[in-house]
Design a binder for this molecule. Structure first.
Ligand code: BDR
Ligand code: CA
Length: 311
Protein backbone atom coordinates (compact mmCIF):
# COMPACT_ATOMS: atom_id res chain seq x y z
CA UNK A 1 0.00 0.00 0.00
CA UNK A 2 1.00 3.61 -0.68
CA UNK A 3 1.95 5.42 2.56
CA UNK A 4 0.20 8.81 2.72
CA UNK A 5 -0.60 11.71 5.01
CA UNK A 6 -3.89 13.54 4.39
CA UNK A 7 -3.79 17.27 5.11
CA UNK A 8 -7.40 18.43 5.22
CA UNK A 9 -10.10 20.83 6.41
CA UNK A 10 -13.17 18.60 6.97
CA UNK A 11 -15.42 19.46 5.24
CA UNK A 12 -17.95 16.98 3.82
CA UNK A 13 -15.74 15.84 0.96
CA UNK A 14 -12.61 15.80 3.13
CA UNK A 15 -14.43 13.38 5.45
CA UNK A 16 -15.06 11.03 2.53
CA UNK A 17 -11.40 11.36 1.47
CA UNK A 18 -10.41 10.18 4.97
CA UNK A 19 -12.81 7.23 4.74
CA UNK A 20 -11.50 6.24 1.31
CA UNK A 21 -7.88 6.42 2.49
CA UNK A 22 -8.55 4.50 5.70
CA UNK A 23 -10.81 1.88 4.14
CA UNK A 24 -9.04 1.06 0.86
CA UNK A 25 -6.38 -1.68 0.94
CA UNK A 26 -4.17 0.18 -1.56
CA UNK A 27 -3.49 3.00 0.94
CA UNK A 28 -1.57 3.06 4.22
CA UNK A 29 -2.91 6.14 6.01
CA UNK A 30 -0.12 7.31 8.36
CA UNK A 31 -1.65 10.53 9.70
CA UNK A 32 -4.38 13.11 9.31
CA UNK A 33 -3.38 16.75 9.67
CA UNK A 34 -5.80 19.65 9.73
CA UNK A 35 -5.71 23.28 8.68
CA UNK A 36 -7.99 26.29 8.58
CA UNK A 37 -10.05 26.39 5.39
CA UNK A 38 -13.67 25.32 5.16
CA UNK A 39 -13.86 26.39 8.79
CA UNK A 40 -11.48 27.54 11.53
CA UNK A 41 -8.90 24.91 12.48
CA UNK A 42 -10.57 24.13 15.83
CA UNK A 43 -13.67 23.04 13.89
CA UNK A 44 -11.86 21.17 11.12
CA UNK A 45 -9.86 19.26 13.76
CA UNK A 46 -13.01 18.42 15.72
CA UNK A 47 -14.56 17.19 12.47
CA UNK A 48 -11.56 14.97 11.72
CA UNK A 49 -11.96 13.45 15.20
CA UNK A 50 -15.70 13.04 14.61
CA UNK A 51 -15.40 11.18 11.33
CA UNK A 52 -12.59 8.98 12.70
CA UNK A 53 -14.72 8.15 15.74
CA UNK A 54 -17.71 7.31 13.52
CA UNK A 55 -15.57 5.10 11.27
CA UNK A 56 -13.58 3.38 14.02
CA UNK A 57 -10.31 4.89 12.77
CA UNK A 58 -8.47 4.82 16.09
CA UNK A 59 -4.86 4.12 15.11
CA UNK A 60 -4.14 7.14 12.86
CA UNK A 61 -2.70 10.24 14.58
CA UNK A 62 -4.59 13.51 14.03
CA UNK A 63 -2.73 16.81 14.46
CA UNK A 64 -3.99 20.37 14.14
CA UNK A 65 -1.98 22.80 12.02
CA UNK A 66 -2.09 26.41 10.90
CA UNK A 67 -5.00 28.56 11.97
CA UNK A 68 -4.70 31.05 9.11
CA UNK A 69 -3.15 31.48 5.66
CA UNK A 70 0.48 32.62 5.28
CA UNK A 71 -0.28 36.22 4.29
CA UNK A 72 -3.95 37.09 4.13
CA UNK A 73 -6.80 36.69 6.62
CA UNK A 74 -8.76 33.43 6.69
CA UNK A 75 -11.81 33.11 4.46
CA UNK A 76 -14.05 30.17 5.42
CA UNK A 77 -16.68 28.29 3.39
CA UNK A 78 -19.51 28.22 5.92
CA UNK A 79 -21.95 28.86 3.07
CA UNK A 80 -20.98 25.48 1.60
CA UNK A 81 -20.16 23.37 4.68
CA UNK A 82 -22.26 25.01 7.41
CA UNK A 83 -21.35 26.52 10.78
CA UNK A 84 -19.69 23.33 12.05
CA UNK A 85 -17.78 22.87 8.78
CA UNK A 86 -19.48 19.48 8.42
CA UNK A 87 -23.18 20.12 8.95
CA UNK A 88 -25.79 17.40 8.46
CA UNK A 89 -25.28 14.30 10.62
CA UNK A 90 -25.49 14.41 14.38
CA UNK A 91 -22.13 13.47 15.88
CA UNK A 92 -21.72 12.66 19.56
CA UNK A 93 -18.64 13.62 21.57
CA UNK A 94 -15.66 12.12 19.69
CA UNK A 95 -13.60 9.49 21.47
CA UNK A 96 -10.64 9.80 19.10
CA UNK A 97 -8.28 12.56 20.24
CA UNK A 98 -5.81 14.78 18.44
CA UNK A 99 -2.14 14.64 19.42
CA UNK A 100 -0.54 17.73 21.00
CA UNK A 101 2.09 18.14 18.28
CA UNK A 102 1.63 20.73 15.52
CA UNK A 103 0.62 19.24 12.16
CA UNK A 104 3.84 20.40 10.51
CA UNK A 105 5.99 18.76 13.20
CA UNK A 106 4.00 15.53 13.00
CA UNK A 107 4.49 15.45 9.21
CA UNK A 108 8.20 16.16 9.65
CA UNK A 109 8.59 13.32 12.17
CA UNK A 110 6.77 10.82 9.97
CA UNK A 111 8.65 11.83 6.83
CA UNK A 112 12.05 11.47 8.50
CA UNK A 113 11.18 8.25 10.33
CA UNK A 114 9.28 6.27 7.71
CA UNK A 115 11.35 3.63 5.88
CA UNK A 116 10.16 4.79 2.45
CA UNK A 117 9.24 8.20 1.00
CA UNK A 118 5.69 9.29 1.86
CA UNK A 119 3.03 10.89 -0.35
CA UNK A 120 1.26 14.01 0.91
CA UNK A 121 -2.41 14.39 -0.01
CA UNK A 122 -3.59 17.94 0.69
CA UNK A 123 -7.33 18.49 0.28
CA UNK A 124 -7.39 22.00 1.75
CA UNK A 125 -5.55 25.33 1.54
CA UNK A 126 -1.82 24.53 1.28
CA UNK A 127 -0.68 26.48 4.36
CA UNK A 128 0.64 23.48 6.34
CA UNK A 129 2.43 22.03 3.33
CA UNK A 130 4.09 25.35 2.43
CA UNK A 131 5.20 25.75 6.04
CA UNK A 132 6.62 22.20 6.07
CA UNK A 133 8.60 22.87 2.87
CA UNK A 134 10.00 26.17 4.09
CA UNK A 135 10.70 25.24 7.69
CA UNK A 136 12.12 21.76 6.96
CA UNK A 137 13.52 21.88 3.41
CA UNK A 138 15.65 18.82 4.19
CA UNK A 139 12.49 16.62 4.14
CA UNK A 140 11.89 17.27 0.45
CA UNK A 141 13.62 14.03 -0.66
CA UNK A 142 11.45 12.12 1.83
CA UNK A 143 8.27 13.28 0.05
CA UNK A 144 7.46 10.89 -2.76
CA UNK A 145 4.95 13.27 -4.29
CA UNK A 146 2.16 15.69 -3.46
CA UNK A 147 -1.24 14.72 -4.87
CA UNK A 148 -3.60 17.57 -4.11
CA UNK A 149 -7.19 18.62 -4.63
CA UNK A 150 -7.29 22.22 -5.76
CA UNK A 151 -7.25 24.56 -8.72
CA UNK A 152 -8.68 23.84 -12.12
CA UNK A 153 -7.68 23.73 -15.76
CA UNK A 154 -10.73 25.92 -16.27
CA UNK A 155 -12.51 28.44 -14.05
CA UNK A 156 -12.98 28.73 -10.30
CA UNK A 157 -15.65 28.14 -7.69
CA UNK A 158 -14.85 30.94 -5.23
CA UNK A 159 -14.19 33.66 -7.74
CA UNK A 160 -14.71 33.36 -11.49
CA UNK A 161 -11.02 32.46 -11.70
CA UNK A 162 -10.02 30.82 -8.40
CA UNK A 163 -10.86 27.49 -6.80
CA UNK A 164 -11.44 27.66 -3.00
CA UNK A 165 -8.26 25.91 -1.73
CA UNK A 166 -6.09 28.10 -3.97
CA UNK A 167 -8.06 31.25 -3.22
CA UNK A 168 -7.72 30.90 0.57
CA UNK A 169 -3.91 30.72 0.51
CA UNK A 170 -2.42 31.56 -2.90
CA UNK A 171 1.07 32.21 -1.49
CA UNK A 172 1.15 28.72 0.01
CA UNK A 173 -0.01 27.20 -3.27
CA UNK A 174 2.70 29.13 -5.12
CA UNK A 175 5.36 27.69 -2.79
CA UNK A 176 4.09 24.15 -3.38
CA UNK A 177 3.99 24.42 -7.19
CA UNK A 178 7.49 25.93 -7.26
CA UNK A 179 8.97 23.48 -4.72
CA UNK A 180 10.39 20.94 -7.15
CA UNK A 181 8.45 18.14 -5.40
CA UNK A 182 6.45 16.13 -7.98
CA UNK A 183 2.92 17.56 -7.81
CA UNK A 184 -0.31 16.09 -9.14
CA UNK A 185 -3.20 18.54 -9.25
CA UNK A 186 -6.78 17.21 -9.13
CA UNK A 187 -8.85 20.25 -9.93
CA UNK A 188 -12.48 21.20 -10.44
CA UNK A 189 -12.38 20.13 -14.10
CA UNK A 190 -12.31 16.50 -12.89
CA UNK A 191 -13.83 16.72 -9.42
CA UNK A 192 -17.02 18.13 -10.94
CA UNK A 193 -17.43 14.67 -12.50
CA UNK A 194 -17.38 12.96 -9.06
CA UNK A 195 -21.07 13.61 -8.47
CA UNK A 196 -22.82 11.95 -5.53
CA UNK A 197 -25.96 11.13 -7.52
CA UNK A 198 -29.07 9.51 -5.99
CA UNK A 199 -27.89 6.05 -7.07
CA UNK A 200 -24.62 6.57 -5.16
CA UNK A 201 -26.60 7.58 -2.08
CA UNK A 202 -28.80 4.50 -2.50
CA UNK A 203 -25.72 2.26 -2.61
CA UNK A 204 -24.31 3.82 0.56
CA UNK A 205 -27.68 3.54 2.29
CA UNK A 206 -27.98 -0.05 1.10
CA UNK A 207 -24.80 -1.01 2.97
CA UNK A 208 -27.06 -1.05 6.01
CA UNK A 209 -24.42 0.38 8.36
CA UNK A 210 -24.36 3.43 10.61
CA UNK A 211 -21.34 4.76 8.68
CA UNK A 212 -23.18 4.37 5.39
CA UNK A 213 -26.06 6.39 6.83
CA UNK A 214 -23.66 9.11 8.03
CA UNK A 215 -22.24 9.35 4.51
CA UNK A 216 -25.75 9.72 3.09
CA UNK A 217 -26.48 12.51 5.59
CA UNK A 218 -23.22 14.28 4.74
CA UNK A 219 -23.91 14.10 1.02
CA UNK A 220 -27.54 15.13 1.44
CA UNK A 221 -26.48 18.33 3.24
CA UNK A 222 -23.74 18.92 0.64
CA UNK A 223 -26.31 18.39 -2.11
CA UNK A 224 -28.56 21.06 -0.63
CA UNK A 225 -25.81 23.71 -0.62
CA UNK A 226 -24.57 22.83 -4.10
CA UNK A 227 -28.14 23.05 -5.39
CA UNK A 228 -28.77 26.39 -3.66
CA UNK A 229 -25.45 28.08 -4.49
CA UNK A 230 -24.62 26.69 -7.92
CA UNK A 231 -27.68 24.83 -9.21
CA UNK A 232 -25.90 21.43 -9.23
CA UNK A 233 -28.25 18.44 -9.41
CA UNK A 234 -25.80 16.38 -7.34
CA UNK A 235 -22.83 17.52 -5.24
CA UNK A 236 -19.23 17.00 -6.42
CA UNK A 237 -17.09 15.05 -3.92
CA UNK A 238 -13.84 16.87 -4.75
CA UNK A 239 -11.35 15.65 -2.18
CA UNK A 240 -11.57 11.83 -2.51
CA UNK A 241 -10.51 12.20 -6.15
CA UNK A 242 -6.93 12.89 -5.02
CA UNK A 243 -6.94 9.70 -2.91
CA UNK A 244 -8.44 7.74 -5.82
CA UNK A 245 -5.58 8.79 -8.08
CA UNK A 246 -3.19 7.01 -5.70
CA UNK A 247 -5.40 3.94 -5.30
CA UNK A 248 -5.59 3.30 -9.04
CA UNK A 249 -4.04 5.81 -11.47
CA UNK A 250 -6.45 4.66 -14.18
CA UNK A 251 -9.32 6.29 -12.25
CA UNK A 252 -7.84 9.75 -12.77
CA UNK A 253 -6.05 10.32 -16.05
CA UNK A 254 -3.39 13.06 -15.97
CA UNK A 255 -1.37 15.15 -18.39
CA UNK A 256 1.90 17.04 -17.87
CA UNK A 257 1.70 20.81 -17.72
CA UNK A 258 3.24 23.90 -16.27
CA UNK A 259 1.06 25.32 -13.50
CA UNK A 260 1.44 28.79 -12.02
CA UNK A 261 -0.64 30.34 -9.28
CA UNK A 262 -1.75 33.89 -9.98
CA UNK A 263 -0.80 36.10 -7.01
CA UNK A 264 -1.30 39.61 -8.35
CA UNK A 265 -4.16 39.51 -10.85
CA UNK A 266 -6.77 42.22 -10.46
CA UNK A 267 -9.61 39.70 -10.79
CA UNK A 268 -7.68 36.44 -10.90
CA UNK A 269 -5.75 36.09 -7.61
CA UNK A 270 -5.59 32.40 -6.68
CA UNK A 271 -6.23 31.18 -10.23
CA UNK A 272 -4.20 28.20 -11.43
CA UNK A 273 -2.83 28.98 -14.87
CA UNK A 274 -2.48 25.52 -16.41
CA UNK A 275 -0.57 25.43 -19.67
CA UNK A 276 -1.66 22.10 -21.18
CA UNK A 277 -0.84 23.22 -24.70
CA UNK A 278 2.65 24.65 -24.04
CA UNK A 279 1.81 28.19 -25.11
CA UNK A 280 4.28 29.56 -22.61
CA UNK A 281 7.95 28.72 -22.51
CA UNK A 282 7.80 27.30 -18.99
CA UNK A 283 9.02 23.97 -17.61
CA UNK A 284 6.50 21.26 -16.76
CA UNK A 285 6.09 21.28 -12.96
CA UNK A 286 2.93 19.21 -12.46
CA UNK A 287 0.75 16.39 -13.57
CA UNK A 288 -2.76 17.67 -13.98
CA UNK A 289 -5.90 15.54 -13.79
CA UNK A 290 -7.87 15.68 -17.03
CA UNK A 291 -10.50 12.93 -16.76
CA UNK A 292 -12.24 10.75 -14.19
CA UNK A 293 -13.61 7.21 -14.42
CA UNK A 294 -16.52 7.95 -12.13
CA UNK A 295 -17.87 4.35 -12.08
CA UNK A 296 -14.55 3.02 -10.77
CA UNK A 297 -14.27 5.98 -8.41
CA UNK A 298 -17.59 5.32 -6.72
CA UNK A 299 -16.94 1.56 -6.56
CA UNK A 300 -13.85 2.25 -4.44
CA UNK A 301 -15.60 4.84 -2.23
CA UNK A 302 -18.57 2.54 -1.55
CA UNK A 303 -16.25 -0.42 -0.88
CA UNK A 304 -14.17 1.61 1.61
CA UNK A 305 -17.26 2.78 3.50
CA UNK A 306 -18.51 -0.82 3.51
CA UNK A 307 -15.22 -2.14 4.92
CA UNK A 308 -15.01 0.48 7.68
CA UNK A 309 -18.71 0.28 8.53
CA UNK A 310 -18.62 -3.46 9.20
CA UNK A 311 -15.76 -3.24 11.71
C1 BDR B 1 -12.51 22.38 -2.20
O1 BDR B 1 -12.97 23.41 -1.34
C2 BDR B 1 -13.51 22.85 -0.17
O2 BDR B 1 -14.69 23.50 0.19
C3 BDR B 1 -13.69 21.39 -0.43
O3 BDR B 1 -13.52 20.66 0.78
C4 BDR B 1 -12.64 21.08 -1.44
O4 BDR B 1 -11.40 20.77 -0.82
C5 BDR B 1 -13.29 22.44 -3.49
O5 BDR B 1 -13.08 23.67 -4.12
CA1 CA C 1 -11.30 20.24 1.53
Amino acid sequence: PVPIIIDCDPGHDDAVAILLAAGDPAIDLLAITTVAGNQVVEKTTLNARRICTAAGITDVPIAAGCDRPLVQPLYVADDVHGDSGMDGPHFGEPTVDAVAEHAVDLMHGILTGHPEPVTLVPTAPLTNIALLLTRYPEVVPRIREIVLMGGSTERGNRTPAAEFNMYVDPEAADIVFRSGVPVTMCGLNVTHQALATPDVLARLDGLGTELGRICVELMTYFASTYRRLWGFEAPPLHDPVAVARLIDPSIVECADASVAVELRGEYTRGATVVDLHRYLDRPVNARVAVSLDSAKFWDRVVAAVDTLGKK
